[in-house]
Design a binder for this molecule. Structure first.
Ligand code: NDP
Ligand code: KPL
Length: 314
């Protein structure tokens, strides 16, 4: 196909698998970079995706433990606590002019990526999609949402267009915004209350509504106050509440899924980062503080709290 790109995907989990299958099906050359364990588990079987939006797709892209070729676009789809180790598997010489598109939840990974490879163009981005890896290479995409929003500034425009074209060809909905802070905060203002509240109740959104009525609204107030203090002047609690109210009661978050499974999780990248940003802006965030204290004090051994990596910017 014309416009065929070489696309790297760092991480072979829910989001990495969703991308690997859809992007390869669109005719692009895909190389997935993952852990030694992950690569061994994928050998021979490759990826399969089950999705109401994309159908059933199978793909057998190249899988490597360290990037071995230049890529036009690199999607970063690892969990925040794994980011530093994952970046070690990608040598900067393969990324000259590459559009590096991090899809991590949170806000504090973007500076780290920019310092990591100055020769690449980091395009801050967010993804709204619910994708879960059930077994190596086997990914279930729940619902039909597959929206990627890219920051398209004067510095990132060409790279954002390249990444956006790849995603559009693969069947994603793609949105652009000229302010990086808006892209990152628009996702976090809705995701953080959802992730923290579902994790507190260890249940879905319906459980939150039934057991802790009012909690979501208060968390939205706190998170929007932090967003306004850090560059997203239009963060609007009413609009975020409407978005959350429109979600089905069965909605769960990736933070909850990770906590339930005892996997490394992003509590620090979400709630921890917000707490540090509130402190830096000298804003009182009573509900966020109480929720973080509750999660930290919980004796439930299913909760895992990885330390923030050295080199974090917040
Ligand atoms: N899943 C979802 O629905 C959504 C996720 N996100 C965000 O996307 C990001 C990825 O999430 P998700 O796909 O769920 O994560 P998963 O835990 O499903 O997958 C993470 C992948 O990263 C790999 N990995 C870990 N360490 C390294 C390393 N050192 N080098 C290379 N690869 C490594 C893992 O390898 P291994 O095979 O060894 O485990 C695994 O393949 C997160 O920031 C998340 O918040 C955003 C929106 C929705
Ligand atoms: C809520 C959801 C699924 C939206 O994409 C998400 O981002 C997450 O759980 O991490």
């Amino acid at each position: 196909m014309s416009g065929c790109r070489r696309v790297g995907i760092l991480g072979a989990g829910g989001i990495g698998g969703l991308l690997a299958t859809t992007v390869q099906a669109a005719g692009h050359e895909v190389v997935v970079v993952t852990t030694t364990t992950g690569a061994a588990a994928l050998a021979g079987s490759g990826f399969s995706l089950h999705s109401a939006r994309f159908g059933v797709l199978r793909a057998s892209p190249a899988v490597v433990t360290s990037l071995d070729r230049h890529v036009d676009v690199l999607f970063v789809a690892v969990k925040a606590p794994s980011l530093s180790a994952a970046l070690d598997s990608v040598a900067s010489r393969w990324l000259h002019g590459t559009a590096v598109v991090p899809l991590l939840n949170g806000v504090d990974h973007v500076d780290r990526l920019r310092h990591w490879v100055p020769g690449a163009v980091t395009v801050p981005a967010t993804i709204k999609a619910e994708a879960t890896r059930h077994a190596p290479g086997s990914v279930l995409h729940n619902g039909s949402s597959a929206l990627v929003e890219l920051a398209r500034t004067p510095w990132t425009a060409a790279a954002a267009d390249t990444a956006g074209a790849v995603l559009t060809s693969a069947g994603f909905e793609v949105g652009y915004h000229t302010a990086e802070a808006v892209v990152l905060w628009r996702k976090l203002t809705f995701l953080a209350p959802l992730a923290l509240a579902t994790t507190v109740v260890l249940g879905d959104l319906g459980t939150v509504r039934a057991e802790r009525s009012g909690l979501l609204d208060l968390l939205v107030d706190d998170v929007c106050a932090i967003a306004r203090a850090h560059g997203h002047a239009d963060a609007d609690p009413t609009a975020v509440r409407q978005t959350l109210a429109s979600l089905p009661p069965t909605t769960r978050s990736s933070l909850l899924r990770d906590v339930e499974a005892g996997r490394v999780n992003e509590l620090d990248a979400i709630g921890g980062a917000l707490t540090r940003l509130a402190k830096r802006a000298d804003i009182a965030v009573p509900t966020l503080t109480a929720v973080m204290a509750e999660l930290e004090q919980r004796s439930d051994k299913r909760l895992v709290y990885p330390q923030q990596e050295p080199g974090g910017t917040i």
